[in-house]
Design a binder for this molecule. Sequence first.
Ligand code: E4P
Length: 280
Amino acid sequence: MFNEQRQEEILKVLREQGRVSVEELSKSLKVSSSTIRRDLEEMEGKGLLRRTHGGAIKEKKREAEGMKIFLDTANIEEIKKATDWGLIDGVTTNPSSIVKEGKNLEALTKEITNIIDGPISVEPVATEAGKIVSEAEELAKLYKNIIVKIPITPEGLKAVKILSKGGIKTGVTLVFSSSQALLAAKAGATYCFPFAGRLDDIGQEGMDMVKDIVQVYKNYGFKTEVIVASIRSPLQVEKAALSGAGGVTIPFSVLEKLIRHPLTDEGVEKFLADWKKISK
Ligand code: E4P
């Protein structure tokens, strides 16, 4: 079998299974492990897959990385559906959404990580820096891609600084101003979650805050990613995209609304009705 054919076979397995081991490939393709390793290395160089310890996983599409779309829920059915549509990059939860599901935090987080490989954010409930750090360290052990979400308070920022120095990914949440966002970035947060909808609720323009944060981060070259939270409508998603934010976290209902448009539904119905006329 030529290299190209073998690599095509590897891609096929990855498309079907999402991940594969060197051992498995060497057996099924009847070549040595070192040949497979060379293939994987070459394919990783072309951006076709990502190597892992002992194998490889499917490479995420570039466009998904362009603007992150997280699902803002802890509901397993919703996460399964949205993951199946191939549209989401990760999941954000908060104490309220976890409580709504009536399950234990660790068990539910594990369940979510079995469905989606992207970042999953979970929130400690401690309020003192030392305790937030210990809780965060336990949560981070649950899965390689855990984002510890911490409300912006002096103790919270202190914890973010300690955790980011220790290599634990953090998201500063409940952000309502660009000055708070500036501090989140200075503390080394991986993500900043400005709550646009809750500002709109009290008569302020949530997206103005988002635009300011994006500009401030740009001015100083902060690496912290802005993920717009508390989203209530597709229009807010469009505005977030125009602002240049790194992404959004949206409820399942908004994801569904983003896909649908009455003119699309009408168009599909008409196409099908016309088609029926000739197939009679
Ligand atoms: C996300 O990180 C937040 O938990 C969420 O967006 C809050 O949204 P809400 O204002 O609709 O509760």
